[in-house]
Every structure is written in C-alpha cells, then in structure tokens.
Design a protein around this ligand. Structure first.
Ligand SMILES: *Cc1c(COP(=O)(O)O)cnc(C)c1O
Length: 442
C-alpha cells in the first residue's frame, strides 16, 4: 500500500497539472497558491490523536498568522480547531470564520487597551505578556467582569534554535516575562496569589528551527512553574497550560517529521504531570498543520543566462516567498520543474537560479539549484508552502497577492478546485495605494 505521503504527492501532482490545464494559472494570474484539503484533514486528525488523553481537556488552536484566510480557518474549525490570534485583524478573521470565543486565544506582545477590552467582553482567552498588561487587565476587570480565561506568558529562557528570528525563549526575547531574571519568579508567584482570576499559564518556545528537546524543556519549565504557583497560592489556581506551537517542519522531503505524535510522546516522557488530568492543555500550532499541504505554482516567463549561470525568471519571488528570498539559508524550499502543461520536466539536471519577478537582484527562490533546464512557458512549484507563504505577503513592486485555491480529489479523478482567496485585482491595488484620495496640495 502506498504511504500517506506518497498519496499526498500524487494528489499534488494531479492538482498542479490540472491547475495548468484548466487555466487557474495563466498570463493574467501567473502565480497561484494551492492547498490540499485531504492533507489538512490528515494533519488535524493526527494532531487530535497525538494529544488525546482520557480525562484531559485538550483544545487545539491554529495560529492564524500561518494562514490568515477565512475559508481555511473555517475548514480547520470544522476539524475541531480553534484560533490563536495576535491582532485585531486576526481576531476579525477568526470571528468571520465562525470560530467561537471559547475556542479563541489572544496572544500579542502589543495589545492595546481597546483590544483587551474587546477580548474580555467577548470571553476570549487572553495571555498577558508583561506586568504593565496585567495592570491594564486589573483596571478593565474592575470596570467590568469577564468570563475570559486569563494567563500570563512566560519566557523560560531555555535557549534558542537554529533561526534567531524564530527563537522566543532566549535570554533577551521580547516575549513574555523572562523567568530567570532576578526577582521575576517572585513577582509571578505574588501576581497569581493576588489575582484568583489568573487561571492559565502560557509559553511558546519558538517556531521553525527549535529542536523538540528544547520545546519540551520550555513546556517543562512552565509546568514546574504552574506547580509552584499553585503551591504558593494554596489552591489549584492554574488549571490550563497553554504550550504554544512551534513544531518544526521538514522542508527537505515529503516526509512528515517530526510528527505531532513524536512531540506528544516526548512531552509525555518529559512532563508526565501535564497529562495526569490536573491541567487542561491548549496548543497553538501553525506551520506544522499546513506547510506540507500547500504549493505555490508559477509560470516561467523567460529563461536566460548570465556569466555562465542559467536563470529562470518566474512569477514567484519575494512577494510570496518573502522569508525564503531574504533569509535563504534559514528557509530553503524544494522547487519542482514542470513543463508547459504542468507535468514534471525530465532531462539532465542543470545548475540554475530560479528567480522571481521583483526588481532587485536578490529576488531568487533557489540559487545554483540542479533541476531539469527550465524554459519560457514552463512552470515551477515551490513545495511545502502551505503555511505562512499565503499570508506573509510582501507588497514590493505593487505585485498583487495571488489567488489561493483548495483542491480535493477522489483517487484517479480530476481534482476539484474551490477559491480560498481571489487574487488582488488592479482596483484593489489602486485602493491600497491611495488612489482616489484628494490630491496633495503642492
Ligand atoms: C507564531 C506563533 C505560534 C505558531 O507557531 P508555528 O511555528 O507556526 O507552530 C504559536 N503561538 C504563538 C504565541 C506564536 O507567536
């Protein structure tokens, strides 16, 4: 029997060919995003299965920044996921997707008083980032009671992973209360003891590049702290541990490794008390739920050569693959070479650059990559781009946000496509750029 990842690769190849054949990618829309609904469902199922424990209430939320697309949030909602939001915009998207307040968590290092007031009035869970935010919540609760679960984000300062910008548990990270700083733990214990409504504790050790043992060490530190908070308060005050997201994704092959099961097993070994029924668990995964189920498909506009290097100029560059272009060592992507009808190209590998459409020299999604030689009219597929790539757009050169399509297919049948987001139109671009506003006075 073919493995699940083989089947996903077959679905992806069928979708790529069908997207080219049916003209989803065309001259007017030379780049699109594609999302595999069956893959997303399998990811959600394996997440639920990994953490399911008799007697333990587990709530999985999806980190909205990883795919800020309402139909995707609604689909995940149907698979039993809530939403982790970090801005008024993300909260609005989660609400538009029908995610109920009791399955929504607000995290952000810069919540305004108005955002806090709205979240508390809706009953959304809030994780405070720092002492000043706790003081704001004190004042808001004094003015109006709230049903919101409220936690504090702590930085266990267990160290960083391989990507500095993704490591949130370093000594000097901007997030949460730095637990190992002088006086910090005393402040935390006192803060909880004085505020019976503080009933959660939150940590998120980082995203891509943080190894599993470091993630588990961060959760362990939060768990140990919860035990000390409850002992100091003399009651079971912290009832829910929010362990964040951050499961790293393998961008080197189709294998899903590590899996949610690998991480949950490690947590069961390293933090057994987390699963003994005294705490509820909240998770906030983003990348690991969607990355492997999305693909960026783009046309090759021209093929050229410079200084002996073959260069394919495509329509997928920094506007969709922003991190890959600006930090290629940290965010390498696999690139598939496809022909004019969307089939994998054959032919001897040729070292070439795969460039994007942006007007700066570094706009390359792959440099010196050995691929069948790309030519004008061919296509490229950027793999594992289902998380962040559809929602971390860069507006350089006024390039529009591409359309995103979800695909579903019975084995052997032609894939069916459903629009998840329309491409930004010329009118949208004009509006975004101040067209129609009164002229400035010279
Ligand atoms: C970004 C973020 C997540 C999700 O991280 P992934 O690496 O996408 O799983 C979860 N929680 C918080 C607080 C975040 O900032």
């Amino acid at each position: 029997m073919a493995s699940m990842t083989d089947e996903a690769a077959v679905r992806r190849q069928d979708a790529l060919r069908s997207a080219v054949e049916t003209g989803l990618v065309n001259e007017a829309e030379p780049v699109v995003g594609l999302l595999d609904v069956a893959g997303v469902r399998q990811a959600a199922t394996s997440l639920h299965a990994a953490f399911a424990t008799p007697g333990v209430a587990v709530e999985h939320t999806f980190a909205v920044k990883a795919a800020s697309l309402v139909p995707v949030l609604a689909l995940l909602g149907q698979y039993g996921l809530g939403a982790e939001v970090a801005s008024p915009g993300e909260l609005a998207l989660a609400r538009a997707a029908g995610i109920p307040p009791e399955r929504t968590v607000l995290d952000s290092p810069a919540k305004t008083t108005a955002e806090l007031r709205e979240a508390l009035s809706l009953g959304i869970a809030v994780n405070a980032d720092n002492p000043q935010e706790i003081a704001r919540i004190d004042a808001l609760l004094a003015a109006a009671p709230s049903a919101s679960p409220i936690g504090l984000r702590v930085n266990p300062q267990v160290g960083g992973g391989s990507i500095d910008a993704m490591s949130t548990a370093t000594a000097t990270s901007k997030f949460g209360v730095a637990l190992r700083d002088p006086g910090a733990e005393e402040w935390v214990l006192r803060t909880y003891a004085e505020r019976p409504w503080l009933n959660r504790l939150h940590t998120h050790t980082g995203s891509q590049g943080v190894p599993l043992p470091l993630m588990a060490a961060g959760v362990r530190a939060a768990y140990d702290l919860a035990e000390r908070i409850n002992a100091a308060a003399g009651r079971r005050q912290v009832t829910v541990l929010d362990i964040g997201g951050g499961l790293p994704v393998n961008f080197a092959s189709d294998d899903i490794t590590p899996s949610f099961g690998d991480y949950a097993d490690l947590l069961r070994a390293e933090v057994p008390g987390l699963f003994d029924g005294r705490y509820g668990i909240v998770t906030e995964f983003g990348r690991a739920l969607l990355a492997k189920h999305g693909t960026v498909l783009a046309r090759v506009e021209y093929a050229k050569s410079a200084g002996g290097r073959a260069i394919a100029v495509t329509h997928a560059g920094a506007q969709v693959a922003t991190r890959t272009v600006f930090a290629p060592e940290a965010w390498p992507l696999r690139v598939l070479a496809l022909d004019a009808v969307g089939r994998p190209k054959t032919g001897a590998p040729v070292v070439q650059d795969v460039a994007g459409p942006c007007c700066f020299a570094g706009d390359l999604v792959a440099q010196g990559r050995a691929l069948p030689l790309l030519d004008a009219g061919d296509h490229v597929a950027l793999l594992d781009t289902g998380a962040y790539y559809f929602s971390t757009h860069f507006a350089y050169n006024s390039l529009p946000r591409p359309a995103v399509w979800a695909y579903t297919a019975a084995p052997g049948a032609t894939p069916a496509f459903a629009l998840v987001r329309a491409a930004q139109s010329p009118a949208d671009l004009l509006a975004e750029s101040g067209a129609g506003l009164p002229p400035l006075t010279p």
